[in-house]
Unconditional design. Structure first.
Length: 229
């Protein structure tokens, strides 16, 4: 068995051979966190970051106990950061009981993190189904398999259910999955973290303030603050 502590001591953070530490001047940051997120996301993709669209989703159950898992970002726009799951899954039940969550992105290729926190709402069924059917056959097959977070008796049972789901997904690409739900987190705060080799990390947080209105409609207002690393 490997020595876990020895392995941990041997690891280094942000090896210059594989990590690019870009400069980040918070004075040049845009007024809207979505604009900065979009820029950073595109830069993470260009830097070769593996699966930059994966993120940690933190929720709490009815007793307030925390839970976290890795999910996929489905989109981000003025209505919020979106992800999806079955309404009856663990995360779905927790969001129904406590509709507030946090997201965490980590892009080690550039020593960057983004943290997003705010209330969560569920999209209408038609929009949720459209989101599902815009994805891959595998995503539909996984959704059709269903029973997410329920106790599984054996891997053989999973294989049978999955095979049937794959066959249906291939023959019926618009097959409905009523429990599939698109969720949107509308952020109250968004924090951007840029790692620094000298450990002088730059942390910039956006906090939602009052909203104003223009001739084009509602406009969001954000206050920006620096945080000690």
């Amino acid at each position: 068995m490997p020595d876990l502590h020895e392995l941990l001591r041997s690891l280094r953070v942000w090896d210059p051979a594989v990590t690019d530490l870009p400069a980040f001047d918070p004075a040049t940051a845009p007024a809207d966190p979505l604009a900065l997120f979009t820029t950073w996301f595109a830069q993470a993709v260009a830097a070769g970051q593996v699966e930059p669209h994966t993120m940690s989703l933190a929720t709490a159950d009815e007793e307030g106990l925390p839970d976290v898992r890795t999910v996929m970002l489905h989109g981000a726009d003025t209505s919020g950061w979106s992800f999806a799951s079955h309404a009856g899954s663990g995360k779905g039940r927790q969001l129904a009981a406590r509709p507030y969550a946090a997201l965490g992105f980590y892009w080690p290729a550039q020593a960057r993190q983004v943290r997003v926190r705010g209330p969560v709402t569920a999209a209408a069924s038609a929009e949720s189904q459209a989101d599902l059917h815009a994805r891959s056959t595998g995503a539909l097959a996984a959704a059709l398999t269903g029973r997410q977070s329920e106790v599984l008796s054996s891997l053989e049972e999973l294989a049978r259910a999955s095979q049937a789901a794959w066959e249906r997904a291939q023959c019926e690409p618009d097959a409905p999955v009523p429990s599939w739900t698109l969720y949107r987190l509308r952020p109250d705060t968004v924090e951007f973290f840029q790692g620094d080799a000298a450990r002088r990390h730059v942390r910039l947080v956006y906090r939602r303030t009052e909203e104003g209105r223009t001739e084009e409609g509602r406009t969001e207002r954000w206050a920006k603050q620096l945080l000690w690393p």
